[in-house]
Write a protein that binds this ligand. Structure first.
Ligand code: NAD
Length: 259
């Protein structure tokens, strides 16, 4: 998509690593001005540096925790005042959490819902409203997961947070359809990033743990599915205005079975 996003302002959360970094860089390659948001200041700054090197006319790093409502509201005000209204918003920041239902503490439930669900809600409320009020269209991408529609004993809290993101995206898509603002939910399967390399399927019986590890190794070998391919799917989703986008072969297969 060379120059496809020239002149557009793209904001990506969780841009300090993995899928978010690859996405910010891919938009930069396509000519966009990029805001890389992460709670990890160093990661966000590196992504902005790479984005500039690769061709973004401008790129900025912002250090924000997406689960912090006030910080997100302030960020939206700052971005609008200093860089402009965002044309493409990618709510991608997320954390993993494994453990069986009864092994998951209330604190862990809150933590994962605060980041994975509330982070997306804050992004859509503050940046989506600006987009709608400007009246010149735009696009919102939310990174859900194949876990959103594929039940697992290993990831009940994570999967619940992602199922909520998927439904939120579909509801908002219906609401914004008449205003030329598309909403896409990206649903990757297992992708090779920090989230998965540090994941441990704790608290589930070892049978399921072994099954998950075997399946992953069988599908992708040791290298795993690259985040750059998820980034490609995200740009395609914006260009084609796709609603629900399963990425990776097993994510496509399980979506067909679940709907
Ligand atoms: P990652 O850990 O490499 O990247 C996540 C980034 O989000 C990190 O830079 C982290 O600092 C940032 N982040 C986490 N919490 C934050 C917060 N509260 N505020 C701001 N930034 C925060 O992992 P990834 O795989 O690139 O994950 C990106 C998204 O993709 C997540 O939403 C994840 O759930 C989703 N996803 C990943 C996979 C996979 O297999 N890797 C599969 C499906 C969905």
């Amino acid at each position: 998509y060379a120059d496809r996003f020239a002149g557009q302002l793209v904001l990506v959360t969780g841009a300090g690593s993995g899928i978010g970094r690859a996405t910010a860089v891919a938009f930069a390659e396509s000519g966009a001005r990029v805001v890389a948001v992460d709670r990890d200041a160093e990661g966000a700054a590196r992504t902005a540096d790479v984005a500039r090197l690769i061709g973004a006319p401008e790129a900025w790093a912002e250090t924000v925790d997406v689960s912090d409502e006030q910080a997100m509201e302030k960020l939206a005000e700052k971005v609008a005042a200093e860089y402009g209204v965002v044309d493409v918003l990618v709510n991608n920041a997320g954390i993993g959490l494994s453990g069986s239902f009864f092994d998951t503490t209330a604190e862990d439930w809150r933590k994962v819902l605060d980041v994975n669900l509330w982070g997306v809600i804050h992004g859509c409320r503050f940046f989506g409203r600006q987009m709608a009020e400007r009246g010149q269209g735009g696009h919102i991408v939310n990174t859900a997961s194949a876990a959103a529609y594929q039940p697992s004993r290993a990831l009940p809290a994570y999967s619940t947070s992602k199922a909520a993101v998927l439904m939120l995206s579909e509801c908002l898509r219906a609401e914004l359809a008449g205003r030329d603002i598309g909403v896409s939910a990206i649903c990757p399967g297992f992708v090779n990033t920090n989230i998965t390399s540090t994941a441990r399927f704790t608290g589930v019986d070892s049978e399921e743990e072994k099954r998950l590890q075997k399946r992953t190794a069988r599908l992708y070998g040791l290298r795993g599915y690259p985040p750059e391919k998820v980034a490609e799917a995200i740009l395609r989703a914006v260009v084609r205005n796709q609603a629900v986008v399963p990425v990776t072969p097993e994510a496509r297969g399980t979506l067909l079975m679940s709907r």
